[in-house]
Design a protein around this ligand. Structure first.
Ligand SMILES: [Zn+2]
Length: 324
C-alpha cells in the first residue's frame, strides 16, 4: 500500500481528465419520463405535462423540467458502480477503487449544482462529458477522514450545443474509525469524548437555551392570545402578535414518535441514539432524546419525564426517560 503522499499524488493525476467515453442518453427526451419524474417529485407545472397549456405558454410546447438534465444520461443500476470485480469500466470507478484499497471505503454525495443554457424538449438527444474537476486535500469530517471528489458534467444536445452543466461532489471516506475506537475503549477515553455538534443559536432562540442552562425547560407563550409555541420564533402563528413571554414546563410528556439512529456515528453521541418527538403535557412538541431505555421498549404514547442534564463540559440538554 502506498504512503499517503503517494496516494495523494496519484489522486491529483486524475484532475482535469475525462472519466471515460461520453455518456449518451439511452432515450431521447420524452414525455413518459417527464411524466414519471413530475409524479415522483410532485411537480404539476402544466408546461411539463399538458400539451395545450404548454403550447399556449412562452415555451410553445412541452418542455422537460430543467432539474431532469442529468437524468437523461444516467446509467442504470447495472452501471460500473455496483461491480466490484473485473476491470474498472471508467476512470471514476478506477479512482474510487484506488481509494477503497487504501481504506476509504465509504462514499456519500455531498453537493450538486446545475446550470442551464436552455429548456430541453421531447426529441432532444443528450450526451454528458464528465471531467474530474478537483480532488481535495485530506479532510476530517463527522463520517471519517476522506477526500472530496468533484466532477464536472457538460451536457450537449444532438447538434453538439451545450445545454447545461453540473458540478457533482462526493466524499470518499474511511468510515468513523475514531468513533469506533472511542466506543471500544470504554471508560479510558470517556474524558476525551468529543463534544456534540452545537445547536444553531440566535436572536430568536438563545433565550430558550439560556433557560436550559439555568435548569428550566421553557415554552414560549403569546401574551396577546395565550397560545404556546415551540420551537421559539418571533411571531404568534395564531394572532400574529410579536409580544411574548414564557412559562416553565413540567417536563411531563408522552412519546409521539421516534426513530433509532445507528449510523453514521457522529462523535459525541452514545449509540444507538433514540431521537424522539415528545408531546409535552402543556401542548407543545419537542425533539429530544430518550435515554436509559432499550429501543425495543419504546411505545407510542408512553409517559416520559424530562430532566436537564450535562451532555458534555459545556452543554446541557433536556433528555427524557420513561416513567416507570
Ligand atoms: Zn397570539
Amino acid at each position: 500500500m502506498a504512503s499517503r503522499e503517494e496516494l495523494e499524488k496519484a489522486l491529483q493525476s486524475y484532475v482535469g481528465k475525462e472519466i471515460g467515453p461520453e455518456w449518451v442518453a439511452s432515450d431521447p427526451v420524452n414525455q413518459a419520463m417527464v411524466r414519471h419524474f413530475c409524479a415522483a417529485v410532485g411537480d404539476t407545472n402544466p408546461v411539463y405535462l399538458d400539451e395545450n397549456a404548454a403550447a399556449a405558454s412562452v415555451h410553445d410546447g412541452i418542455v422537460a423540467p430543467p432539474t431532469m438534465m442529468d437524468a437523461w444520461t444516467m446509467p442504470g443500476m447495472d452501471a460500473a458502480w455496483v461491480h466490484s470485480e473485473g476491470e474498472p469500466q471508467d476512470k471514476q470507478v478506477e479512482l474510487h477503487r484506488l481509494l477503497s484499497d487504501h481504506g476509504y471505503t465509504g462514499v456519500v454525495a455531498t453537493n450538486q449544482e446545475q446550470e442551464y443554457e436552455r429548456y430541453l424538449r421531447p426529441g432532444d438527444r443528450i450526451t454528458a462529458r464528465i471531467v474530474f474537476d478537483s480532488i481535495s486535500e485530506q479532510k476530517a469530517t463527522p463520517l471519517g477522514i476522506g477526500y472530496f471528489i468533484t466532477t464536472l458534467y457538460t451536457f450537449s444536445d444532438q447538434n453538439g450545443e451545450k445545454v447545461g452543466s453540473m458540478s457533482f461532489r462526493v466524499l470518499k471516506y474511511k468510515p468513523a474509525q475514531q468513533a469506533q475506537a472511542v466506543a471500544e475503549d470504554g471508560g479510558a477515553t470517556a474524558a476525551a469524548k468529543p463534544q456534540r455538534i452545537r445547536p444553531p443559536m440566535g436572536h430568536d432562540n438563545s433565550w430558550w437555551w439560556d433557560a436550559i442552562n439555568d435548569g428550566e425547560l421553557r415554552i414560549q407563550k403569546c401574551t396577546s392570545c395565550g397560545t404556546l409555541r415551540h420551537p421559539p420564533r418571533p411571531m404568534c402563528g395564531e394572532c400574529r402578535s410579536l409580544e411574548w413571554d414564557s412559562i416553565v414546563a413540567s417536563g411531563k410528556g408522552t412519546l409521539h414518535s421516534h426513530t433509532v439512529l445507528h449510523h453514521p456515528k457522529f462523535p459525541g453521541f452514545d449509540y444507538p441514539v433514540i431521537c424522539a418527538l415528545v408531546d409535552l403535557e402543556e401542548g407543545t412538541r419537542l425533539v429530544s432524546n430518550v435515554v436509559d431505555c432499550n429501543p425495543e421498549d419504546l411505545e407510542i404514547g408512553m409517559p416520559l419525564q424530562a430532566s436537564i442534564e450535562k451532555v458534555d463540559d459545556e452543554m446541557q440538554l433536556p433528555l427524557f426517560r420513561p416513567v416507570r
